[in-house]
Design a binder for this molecule. Sequence first.
Ligand SMILES: [Zn+2]
Length: 271
Amino acid sequence: MPLTLVLCIFIIIAASFAHRKWYNAKLRQKRLATPLSDREWAIIIDQVPLCQKLPHDLRAKLSGKINLFLHQVEFLGCNELEVTEEMELSIAAQACLLIVNTDTWYDTLQTILIYPGAFKSISKEYDGYVVREREVVRLGESWARGPVILSWAHAAEGAFVDDDGHNVVLHEFAHQIDGLSGHTDGAPVLAKDHKFSEWQRTLNEAYNRLIFNTEMGRKTFLDSYGATAPQEFFAVAVEVFFERPTALKQEEPAVYAQMSKYFQLDPSKWD
Ligand SMILES: [Zn+2]
């Protein structure tokens, strides 16, 4: 094949890739700039009252991000559940609330599976070369670079009661953003001006405090489930950061400050 022909084919392929990239970026910007309708926003406020507390400038951002999220993600009902617009908007709104003011995005998320209620899952436990599998009942699950699985009954209640510090959707999407670093370990990718050493020291200290108090049988502010692993501590702290911000600021001020810096939000002032 003559060299000029090879060069032409290479240029055409490169131009086609560049055009596709440009088109996708344009489409993304358009979707981020397209607000939800008043009707959709009313459904969100009804399902996720926490969104009503958002400052006005963040509402517009949230609206565009929900729009982009809904174009990217497919919702599938399990056990004959029929997925409704309310379910999609509620879950999308809560997922996007976590990333409303940062550049973080759910790049790898394509599917959300929704069960009507708690669902059965297989838990694997590793003991050296031995892997034990057992059936567990879950309210939610998040797979790194894979789907989020939710019980709608618990997702709806978690969103509706927005001041008890328990929210399965925020919890599972905290795992999703944690996993974007390549490891779901309670250490998400931080902004350039956010020191990892400070994040790690603050969260580790609070995590160890929670383990100690849980082992001592003391009543703890953060759910004791957070004492099971650093990634669970992060997810539990995220639930409380959004649903009981003032109390978290009081009980664990350093954790609140780190979370506030990470999410670029100060929910303690939303009321
Ligand atoms: Zn978890």
